[in-house]
Design a protein around this ligand. Structure first.
Ligand code: GLN
Length: 249
């Protein structure tokens, strides 16, 4: 079935926020909609362009500290995404994206920058080594039952305040740095998972899409995605076993 209206997916500042293939999340959303007969369009919103408040979905990716301050300045001057979020549009933010949605974030130089205050989180540099590697989590069961897998690369640690909830519990990796990964409030969601996260976690992609289209979505059977998920889970298991051995000797 082909639906009349077009689901519009904004890729927010892909020129400064889009490390580790995060822009691929937009392609995953578009394909998963098209495979079910919806029409979908990706709207690239580069630095310097106005951010419309009329889109259904906004995606923000990762980036380094300098890119984050640039992104906040642009999105503060062009608050279309924040306006859309207040009427229920879906926002998914990865890593640096998660950090800039918070109230503030402190870079490795010790300078604190204001965020967009779309999510009740705050970020400061972790004291341990930079978190780089696989991240495996179990999401809040109110949202999802499938395990989530991704790749993380960040120095910042994030505290979730009372007006947001952690997205998931860390099984392997660092995430927010306190045993949880990411945060969500309403339809605004953030995670430390690159990968891109929506390619590696189809149930998560479909949850967010069902919010955007306003109806549950029929499952899609794509065996290669399950193969990828199994392969990544086995890789994490091998890393965890190796760490146990290293700890023992
Ligand atoms: N600059 C941030 C940090 O290191 C985010 C990094 C990223 O988005 N990969 O914490």
């Amino acid at each position: 079935m082909v639906r009349d209206s077009v689901v519009r997916i904004g890729l927010v500042l892909p020129d400064v926020l889009g490390t580790y293939g995060d822009s691929g999340n937009a392609t995953v959303l578009r394909k998963r909609l098209e495979w079910r007969g919806y029409r979908a369009e990706i709207v690239d919103l580069a630095v310097g362009e106005t951010v419309p408040n009329s889109l259904d979905f906004y995606l923000l990716g990762g980036g380094e500290d300098r890119a984050q301050t640039l992104a906040v300045a642009h999105l503060t001057a062009n608050p279309g995404m924040q306006e859309a979020a207040s009427r229920g549009a879906v926002v998914l933010a990865i890593c640096a994206g998660l950090q800039i949605l918070g109230h503030d974030f402190t870079g490795t130089d010790g300078v604190t920058h204001r965020g967009l205050s779309l999510l009740d989180v705050r970020t400061t540099p972790g004291t341990a080594a930079r978190a780089v590697g696989e991240l495996l989590t179990t999401p809040d069961p109110a949202l999802l039952t499938a395990t989530m897998t991704g790749f993380e690369n960040h120095q910042g640690h994030t505290k979730v305040g009372p007006n947001a909830k952690p997205l998931s519990k860390v099984v392997y990796g660092t995430g927010n740095g306190d045993g949880a990964d990411g945060a969500y409030a309403g339809r605004v969601v953030g995670t430390y998972m690159h990968g891109p996260v929506l390619a590696r976690n189809p149930a998560f992609a479909d949850l967010l899409l069902s919010w955007a289209v306003g109806e549950p979505l029929a499952p899609l059977d794509i065996p290669v995605i399950e193969k990828l998920r199994d392969e990544r889970k086995r890789a994490v298991q091998a890393l965890a076993n190796r760490r146990k051995r290293l700890l023992r000797f």
